[in-house]
Write a protein that binds this ligand. Sequence first.
Ligand SMILES: *[C@@H]1O[C@H](CO)[C@@H](O)[C@H](O)[C@H]1NC(C)=O
Length: 364
Amino acid sequence: MGKLRNSFVANFLAVTSLTAAGKDLAEWTSAGWYVQNDDVMGGRSNSNLKLSGSGAEFEGSINMNGGGFASFRRNFGPWGERDLAQYSGLWVETDVVTEQPLFHAPFAVHIQLGDPSRYDHGAAFAIPSGPAGSTYSVFLPFGWFTKQLRWSCRGCTLDTGRINDLSVYALYQEGPFKFKIRQIRAVRDSEVPAFGQVPALVLSDAKAWMLVKATVERGSTLWNKGNPELCGAMYSMTAKTLTTASNISSSVQEISRVAMASAERYPVNLGGDAAWIYRKAFDHILAAYEGVSFPSDDRYPAVAHGDWAATAMGSDQVPQLSTTSLDRDMEQQLALNSAGQKSLKGLGFIFVMLVVGNAQSCWS
Ligand SMILES: *[C@@H]1O[C@H](CO)[C@@H](O)[C@H](O)[C@H]1NC(C)=O
């Protein structure tokens, strides 16, 4: 576990891509990448992939009506299997999300490796939003590639000696999306680039409330769709964003720090424990801004229990916000976010989702 903890490193670099060591798995312009959306199973998401020497720009729109994903992938073919047994995991470098971020909510991405078995093995990470020209990177140890989207098999592990497929998914985050992956490399532990910070955003308490609210809306959808890893990755990134942001109440930063320190023991790709810790912190933040009492511990599993959340929020008063107008802004933004893919009937669906989201669907 110690090794896993230390390996979850994230990088925030201001100018250009790092030329990392290790093995390039992306080979953007020569690899035969192709797009696969949920229309293969009757869905209505769409996407467009632009490849260049500097990476893959993937944009499109996720429609939850009948599906909910868009992906791009390459297949190494039966004679092109990659032997990655000598490496420790994948290092992925992205641009931060600059377009259409929903109140700065991070965008969660599922990256998946295949071997000759019929099972796929994926890991989750989340891309923060921030200023254009900034990059972010993450290291995902092979031991974290545990998520099986299509068929699941108990106890199967990825055969890192025979990798034959690599894919990147946008899943269950309704509306338009756009992100850029710069590098996907297999690296050894010793080759992982030094870690840094997520972009420091200038927020306000109202923006912090919206960020947390949007994160819980989207994260709980991911959770309820059977993707606790993506939910956890998104929650974890929002907590990091709150700790590095300026112009928000200090108790909101304090509870985010405390939650991160506690959740650090539970990698988001190995279970839902971290997501619960973050969820309790977020519920406390929302309650404080909304001027209602804190939720009680019986709504959370034991891993999140304790008075840490109330203690952290008690360290400083937060201003009480008029959430009626913020809620309205958020509904409008969610509706705008889905514009272009939604009929009026579809818009109705979004508002229903909001109401359900308010009933704390993360664990139902
Ligand atoms: C800082 O927060 C205050 C109060 O929440 C807000 O009015 C102000 O616009 C924020 N400043 C910036 C630069 O966003």
